[in-house]
Ligand binder design. Structure first.
Ligand code: PEP
Ligand code: MN
Length: 328
């Protein structure tokens, strides 16, 4: 941004006022006097209109945002009556990696609801690295998931894997998930946006924050009523944790861009013993909630068993997160 000074303004006082807002400040002179300051923040933390209220500032010029709808969205997205991003009220999206059966879904929904989650997760269409791995039960799993969620007052979040699934997934889901492998599948983003449901947009494994925000812009510009960003770990170099949870990105999106961010510590680490500590770190970093995979019998899970929490553990973890998020 370029901040232009009024004639006779106290340039040093303006510089200090800008620096006090955490901005990088460079003076632009005519050789003798400071006429403007070039200022940059890592983001849209400080609005041009706020800077123009500083004593001695004549005007502020800011370049247009490449993702104006995301920038203007705000911190709360409504998912059929559940406010994601409301201060002090973390939202929990829990359930198995994949929907595995009708009775299992019902039993799991009961436990997830009893633990205090607001949304039931589970994939009917699974993005698997190997074509020989379990691919999901498809449409019937959407019905099982919906019925189980409705029986326990839960919202449904589930993934649309391809453009062809969007219509069906939208019939059953309150929140449509776009998986990390699809974050830049622009045809899918357009189709999901047109479906008119709020979207949980997972960050791709090697996406920059700008690419992630622009993917959100695709959704909003094609009609999505809201985008919730989901950090699920990026590619690191160490195989002991499945991925590398980028909590800096969470803090930046939550505190600076003022966007709702959900953290998925299950896919971020691939191991259940790290889910609770990273979920706490996520809430500390400003996440609006967490997505946690759970399974009654992780050893028999059709996918991602090693990272699933048993439902007995879930309640204690969610109680702890709620306490952490409560304003002091
Ligand atoms: C999931 O949440 O079911 C999933 C496949 O996650 P990701 O897209 O983050 O790998
Ligand atoms: Mn999974």
């Amino acid at each position: 941004m370029i901040v232009t000074l009024r004639q006779g303004a106290d340039a040093d006082a303006v510089r200090k006022a800008l620096a006090a807002r955490g901005l990088w400040v460079s003076p632009l002179t005519d050789g003798t006097r400071v006429l403007h300051f070039a200022v940059s923040a890592a983001s849209n933390a400080v609005s041009p209109s706020e800077l123009s209220t500083i004593e001695g500032v004549a005007s502020v010029a800011a370049p247009p945002s490449p993702h104006p709808r995301v920038t203007a969205q705000g911190p709360v997205v409504d998912v059929r009556g559940v406010a994601v991003g409301a201060p002090g009220k973390p939202v929990f999206l829990c359930g198995p990696c994949a929907v595995e059966g009708e009775e299992r879904s019902e039993a799991r929904a009961a436990k997830v609801a009893a633990a205090g989650a607001q949304m039931l997760r589970g994939g009917a269409y699974k993005p698997r690295t190997s074509p020989y791995a379990f691919q999901g039960h498809g449409e019937v799993a959407l019905r099982w998931l919906r019925r189980a969620a409705d029986a326990h007052g839960l919202r449904v979040v589930t993934e649309a894997l391809g453009e062809g699934d969007v219509g069906l997934v939208t019939e059953y889901a309150d929140l449509v998930q776009v998986g990390s492998r699809n974050m830049q599948n622009f045809a899918l983003l357009k189709a999901v946006g047109r479906a008119g449901r709020p979207v949980l947009l997972k960050r791709a494994m090697a996406a920059t924050l700008e690419e992630w925000l622009l993917a959100g812009e695709y959704l909003l510009s094609h009609g999505a009523p809201g985008v919730i960003f989901c950090e699920r770990g990026i590619r690191g170099f160490d195989p002991l944790t499945r991925n590398l949870l980028d909590l800096g990105a969470v803090a930046l999106l939550a505190h600076v861009y003022k966007l709702p961010v959900i953290v998925d510590p299950s896919h971020a680490t691939g191991r259940r013993d790290l889910v609770a500590p990273l979920a706490r770190a996520a809430i500390g970093a400003g996440a609006a909630g967490v997505m946690i995979e759970t399974h009654d019998d992780p050893g028999s899970a059709l996918s991602d068993g090693p990272q699933a929490l048993a439902p007995g553990e879930l309640r204690g973890v969610l109680d702890g997160l709620r306490a952490l998020a409560r304003p002091a």
